[in-house]
Ligand binder design. Structure first.
Ligand SMILES: Cc1cc2nc3c(=O)[nH]c(=O)nc-3n(C[C@H](O)[C@H](O)[C@H](O)COP(=O)(O)OP(=O)(O)OC[C@H]3O[C@@H](n4cnc5c(N)ncnc54)[C@H](O)[C@@H]3O)c2cc1C
Length: 464
């Protein structure tokens, strides 16, 4: 008995807490566009911020985004003579999302997206080129000069801005648990390989962990028909942020709304940005015929491709389109394109009926000149596709975006099942749901992550 008492006294005096503890004003989970926008915003409001990133690299899926960031009524559009406005972006987003989107979130997105373009440019980024994306009435997709990929530019800009501010960003640091006391969020517990579990006490936590397109089990549970589908996403897009939120009572919304992207290289998972179609490319099947309005929603174009023989098709464009979009150089250099000096040569290389292909191209060029797609009613046909050489890439749909996630309000506060904000908990980016309805428009995710990232940073900073 004496011995037992002694042991417990020694352990009380020398007890090493299993969990090391430190403090911050705000912990941001995830270093993608949403997380870093939120962290920079909060830092600039005078807050001590710690960012946790489970992967060895920063930027998540944001690194991979290629097409651009949608915003309507910007000075960059005006400079290029493009007329557009916030209400048209709202209408396009609601229509594109099957009108199941949360209208308040969509309004907040459209009203604040121009400020997000300014935010990135203000931090030294380049988003001054503007192009078309599918199902958008106007050119509103902001991207770097010459149509270069948007994601690397945004991540580089945000990472440089974080370095300038000496932001505390920890990689290989996986958030495992959100801590609460009396119903209020008070911190995060996280793990780093080879180290004991650590705790950061904080006034607010921002979940910015991205989507779950790389989590086959989760996808198939929600939508069994996605079994075996490839994904365009980075391996860290596995959706733990949703479970973290749910563990402290968060509600979710639209979880079964999962998007496939129609132009992904079979077997490689490499996605060709929608901006290739926006700048003029068409899609043909193995018979050399068009079969869809290429600028229809991703859901519609994906379905049309899966209805073709072999469940693949070919994205086809000419030298004129290639010259118009820097992102295409990466696809050519990566060996993804089949090239033909003539349409006959291209058809031969693809094993396609040359007469059909030439007839398709002639009809398209005529319709383009007359500004009327007599076959599929495509709204914008940017180029006649008459300048060889011509290029083709075999494509098929792959899982691309998860529209559902944690339920938030316009302040990026995470809501519980009764619709009440969970004190101290915020979320932004693809981990949230409700903004994109049943189909996210190209360019609207990057607009979403920067916009709601900034809002989450502001709201989290206001917590006393
Ligand atoms: C190939 C491709 C091209 C795209 N092109 C476009 C485009 O042109 N325009 C557009 O609008 N959208 C595009 N998208 C979609 C867009 O890129 C994403 O929706 C967006 O980048 C998501 O940003 P995020 O900050 O929410 O998440 P991410 O950028 O994915 O960042 C989340 C981060 O959180 C980390 N994380 C996850 N769980 C934890 C945890 N438990 N602890 C710590 N860290 C964690 C992840 O590792 C990741 O780094 C594209 C997507 C892909 C895949």
């Amino acid at each position: 008995m004496k011995k037992l008492l002694l042991v417990s006294m020694i352990s009380a005096v020398f007890a090493v807490p299993a969990v090391a503890e430190e403090t911050a004003d705000i912990v941001v989970i995830g270093s993608g566009g949403a997380g870093l926008s939120s962290a920079i915003t909060a830092h600039d409001l005078g807050k001590k911020v710690i960012v946790l990133e489970k992967m060895a690299y920063l930027g998540g899926n944001t690194n991979r985004s290629t097409g651009g960031l949608n915003a309507a009524g910007t000075k960059y559009q005006a400079k290029l003579g493009i007329k557009d406005d916030v209400q048209t972006m709202i209408n396009d987003t609601m229509k594109g999302g099957g009108n199941i989107n949360n209208p308040e979130l969509v309004k907040t997105l459209a009203e604040n997206a121009p400020g997000s373009v300014d935010f990135i440019i203000g931090l030294g980024g380049d988003l001054t080129d503007v192009g078309f994306m599918a199902a958008a009435t106007n050119k509103r997709c902001h991207r770097p000069t010459g149509g270069a990929p948007v994601g690397p530019e945004i991540v580089k800009t945000l990472v440089n801005a974080s370095k300038d501010r000496h932001l505390d960003i920890r990689t290989m640091a996986k958030a495992d648990k959100i801590l609460t006391e009396n119903g209020k969020v008070v911190g995060v517990q996280y793990s780093q390989k080879g180290k004991p579990e650590q705790t950061i006490k904080a006034k607010a936590v921002v979940i910015a962990t991205g989507g779950f397109s790389a989590n086959q089990d989760m996808l198939v549970k929600l939508k069994p028909e996605l079994k075996g589908f490839a994904t365009t996403n980075h391996p860290g897009a596995t959706g733990e942020g949703i479970a973290l939120g749910e563990s402290v009572g968060a509600a979710t919304v639209d979880m079964d709304q999962i998007q496939t992207h129609p132009t992904v290289v079979p077997g490689k998972g490499v996605m060709l940005t929608e901006a290739v179609r926006g700048n003029g490319a068409i899609i043909v099947n193995r018979e050399g015929k068009r079969f869809v309005n290429e600028m229809d929603t991703r859901a519609a174009v994906s379905k049309a491709i899966l209805d073709q023989k072999g469940q693949t098709a070919f994205l086809l464009f000419d030298q004129d389109v290639r010259k118009s979009l820097k992102a295409i150089e990466g696809y050519v250099k990566g060996g993804l394109t089949t090239e033909g000096a003539t349409l006959d040569e291209l058809a031969k290389k693809l094993g396609m009926n040359a007469a059909n292909l030439k007839a398709t191209m002639a009809t398209y060029a005529k319709d383009q000149a007359n500004k009327k797609d007599t076959q599929f009613n495509r709204p914008n046909m940017e180029r006649p596709l008459t300048q060889g050489p011509w290029y083709a890439v075999e494509i098929t749909p792959a899982v691309h975006h998860t529209m559902g996630g944690l339920k938030i309000n316009t302040k990026a506060e995470v809501l519980d099942k009764a619709g009440k904000p969970i004190p101290g908990l915020f979320a932004a980016g693809e981990v949230t749901g409700g903004i994109h309805g049943n189909n996210r428009l190209g360019g609207n995710a990057v607009a979403d992550i920067i916009t709601f990232g900034r809002i989450a940073g502001q709201s989290a900073s206001a917590v006393k």
